[in-house]
Ligand binder design. Structure first.
Ligand SMILES: Cc1cc2nc3c(=O)[nH]c(=O)nc-3n(C[C@H](O)[C@H](O)[C@H](O)COP(=O)(O)OP(=O)(O)OC[C@H]3O[C@@H](n4cnc5c(N)ncnc54)[C@H](O)[C@@H]3O)c2cc1C
Length: 278
């Protein structure tokens, strides 16, 4: 990274690190790959994430969003700027037991969320094996799931809305109830519709678990909902930050005959919250 690129990123106002130790720490994830990044950013708010992502993009530096780095395929490493959403964005707010929704920061760890829900007799359904590390942002981006996928589905099935940051710095809420990114939605819809035959063959209904990739078949079923495409996109379309004031909806009705903790929190308002220092 040139001194000019670094200066542009530092001037964004977001906490950044470019020292050798930090770059080594972020050079690996749980995959077999190793790539030393040019630097790492630690946004505390969607606005900071927007500023640093835009500064990097304008300076021609690639961006890799990152959660806990437990990804197995090298998705959380890259040679440009790593944007670590796990350090500060760990707030859980807006628990709504009636609607079974909650708002979480992209950096909230699954076990942290479940500890929050357990006293109420719920937990978040998709039970990824790395639950004591994996962040909800990483789970959405990987569309993670676990041993109970036939019962609880994948993470995408529990997303109501997302707050995202695009490469040009725009911050948007997406999901039902958010009439945003209309141009992008229309373009994506026409691209996907043109391929619907092949998508139907390769991703038939009932195929519960597959390694991520854009949720093309889910978008066909819910054409207005960009979160369906974003879930599984592995950080390639947008950074997930999220915040409150999102639409809530119940996803799965839990049976009262089930033992308390076996009732899964069928959440959805996955879109998180901004963790501010104040
Ligand atoms: C031993 C082991 C067992 C595992 N078992 C399972 C399993 O049972 N089920 C399963 O699905 N996976 C499993 N995994 C893979 C991995 O743990 C999960 O996919 C996990 O949910 C990833 O979360 P993370 O926070 O570590 O994401 P990271 O590894 O940090 O990132 C994963 C991807 O998401 C992107 N990303 C991260 N945060 C954001 C964000 N805020 N915005 C946009 N993009 C983002 C990254 O760029 C990357 O492409 C396992 C991994 C290991 C090592």
């Amino acid at each position: 990274m040139s001194p000019a690129q670094r200066a542009a990123i530092e001037s964004s106002g977001c906490e950044t690190k470019f020292d050798n130790l930090t770059r080594q720490l972020y050079a690996t994830d749980a995959s077999i790959y190793q790539i030393e990044p040019a630097g790492v950013a630690f946004p505390r708010s969607a606005e900071q994430a927007s500023a640093v992502i835009r500064a990097a993009a304008d300076a021609g530096v690639s961006i890799t969003p990152r959660g806990a780095g437990t990804s197995l395929s090298g998705g959380a490493i890259g040679e440009g700027l790593i944007v670590d959403f796990s350090r500060y964005n760990r707030q859980i707010v807006g628990l709504d037991i009636d609607w079974r929704t909650v708002r979480v920061g992209a950096g909230v760890v699954l076990d942290q969320l479940n500890a929050h829900l357990k006293p109420h007799g719920f937990c978040f359904g998709p039970d990824v094996a790395t639950s004591n590390r994996a962040t909800l942002g990483g789970m959405v981006a990987n569309n993670s799931s676990g041993a109970h996928v036939p019962v609880y589905g994948t993470t995408a099935d529990h997303v109501v809305s997302l707050e995202i940051v695009l490469a040009d710095g725009r911050i948007n809420k997406i999901g039902p109830g958010h009439d945003t990114l209309r141009d992008e939605r229309e373009k994506i819809e026409s691209l996907i519709r043109a391929q619907r035959g092949e998508i139907g063959e390769r991703m038939p209904p009932g195929l519960l678990k597959r390694w991520p990739g854009y949720g093309l078949e889910r978008f066909l079923r819910a054409p207005n909902n960009l979160s369906e495409v974003l879930a599984g996109s592995e950080g390639t379309l947008a950074a997930i930050f999220s915040k409150g004031n999102c639409s809530f909806r119940p996803h799965v009705i839990c049976s009262s005959s089930m033992p308390n903790h076996a009732r899964r929190f069928c959440s959805s308002n996955f879109t998180t919250t901004t963790l501010r220092n104040d």
